[in-house]
Design a protein around this ligand. Sequence first.
Ligand SMILES: *[C@@H]1O[C@H](CO)[C@@H](O)[C@H](O)[C@H]1NC(C)=O
Ligand SMILES: *[C@@H]1O[C@H](CO)[C@@H](O)[C@H](O)[C@H]1NC(C)=O
Ligand SMILES: *[C@@H]1O[C@H](CO)[C@@H](O)[C@H](O)[C@H]1NC(C)=O
Ligand SMILES: *[C@@H]1O[C@H](CO)[C@@H](O)[C@H](O)[C@H]1NC(C)=O
Length: 422
Amino acid sequence: MPTQEQHLLLSVVAGLLLLFFHPATSKSTIEPCSNSDTCPAILGYTLYTDLKVSEVASLFQIDPISLLTLNSIDISYPDVENHILPAGLPLDVPVPCSCVDGIRKSVSTRYKTRPSDTLTLIADTVYAGLVSADQLREANSISDPSVLDVGVSLVVPLPCTCFNGTDNGLPAVYLSYVVTADDSLAGIARRYTTTVTDLMNVNAMGSGAIQAGDILAVPLPACASRFPKFASDYGLMVPNGSYAITASHCVQCSCGPGNLNLYCMPASLAVSCSSMQCKNSGLMLGNVTWKQSAAGCSVTSCTYGGFVNGSIVTTLSTSLQPRCPGPQLFPPLVAPPSFVAKHSTFAPAPAPESQGGIAATPLSSTVPSTGSLPGLVTPANGPAGSASGVSSARSITDTPNALPILLISLWLVNFVMHYSSL
Ligand SMILES: *[C@@H]1O[C@H](CO)[C@@H](O)[C@H](O)[C@H]1NC(C)=O
Ligand SMILES: *[C@@H]1O[C@H](CO)[C@@H](O)[C@H](O)[C@H]1NC(C)=O
Ligand SMILES: *[C@@H]1O[C@H](CO)[C@@H](O)[C@H](O)[C@H]1NC(C)=O
Ligand SMILES: *[C@@H]1O[C@H](CO)[C@@H](O)[C@H](O)[C@H]1NC(C)=O
């Protein structure tokens, strides 16, 4: 027969256990900032249920094309935006990282509440631990989280970092990674081809200890652009092994695998685009020609210089190089995934099915477009902003040490069990 005291004790225990297991005990890497620039950042997101590509994109208010290309998914796949992605699929989600109240975060995502939503459900399930119920409550000034109106548009503050768009002096885009129960720092480092030391430096960790729910900043090597500040795609960065579509879906830029120089060419299904030809030449964006001579190799290329006032800027440049360039290599594309690979958590690629290997164009004096990624016509979601935000301070917010709470909880559980058995 439960007495009032028993009931009270049990709620205290439940409360303490909740405190212990709640993400409130987890750490997240915070980057202080002082300017208003934004940089491109990535969220490591795991699908909580089967969702269409367009539904995932709308969950984060991003362009479906940018979601697909970042994950190296072939956008020429029929009806790709309605393709259903499976629950449990890890996806890289591109978001603009801003500076809000002196801290780097992404606040461009809004969530419309549905019946039977709770802040905990939205935080832990829908956004897969990228945000906490407390952060949702604070960001939306919710005084009583138990009464959540339906149809309310909530700001979803998401963790991101810029760190000047570099890691050890090389271009990098930062991924916010939510640690799971069976992760180790070495495993995460291996998965993202970085080192434990680098992860510890980036996240200002005193030890290699991590726990489920922690959010780590993971640097991904990327190709940086050098567009002028007034270009609408200024600051574009493309992680190694992926693509981006820019210039109102007219230009596609890829990164890797041969080198980390951004390679841009016309998007194959581009329509109503401004000229992509380099002035005073027969060369189109992405064309490279060369001539071998005794002095070396004279390489002429027509490169993309950004999207300015609705026009595609092209630059013709010639340089003398010791060797002639090989064929342009392209990152392999995958079909939109329909199932989650068994060991997907250890695989570097986000999608299990591979559609062919690295696409290399035949060796010739001109490198043509492969036309692997048609430029679908959907509204542009400008690869926001710049990669500046100079701030070297890296810190981790530490919430109260969990051990005493665990000990008290265990003691209370013990006490209650003893008490109830009397
Ligand atoms: C920021 O990155 C630029 C290159 O993108 C580099 O020249 C500069 O030194 C970096 N600044 C800091 C503080 O790391
Ligand atoms: C880029 O990706 C390719 C293929 O995955 C890999 O071989 C190469 O080492 C990567 N480059 C860097 C700098 O990480
Ligand atoms: C873009 O167009 C506006 C007016 O249409 C002009 O004032 C501005 O200088 C242009 N910017 C560039 C970079 O050409
Ligand atoms: C130049 O690039 C265009 C577009 O990518 C391609 O169709 C063409 O074959 C390339 N070569 C020449 C010589 O123009």
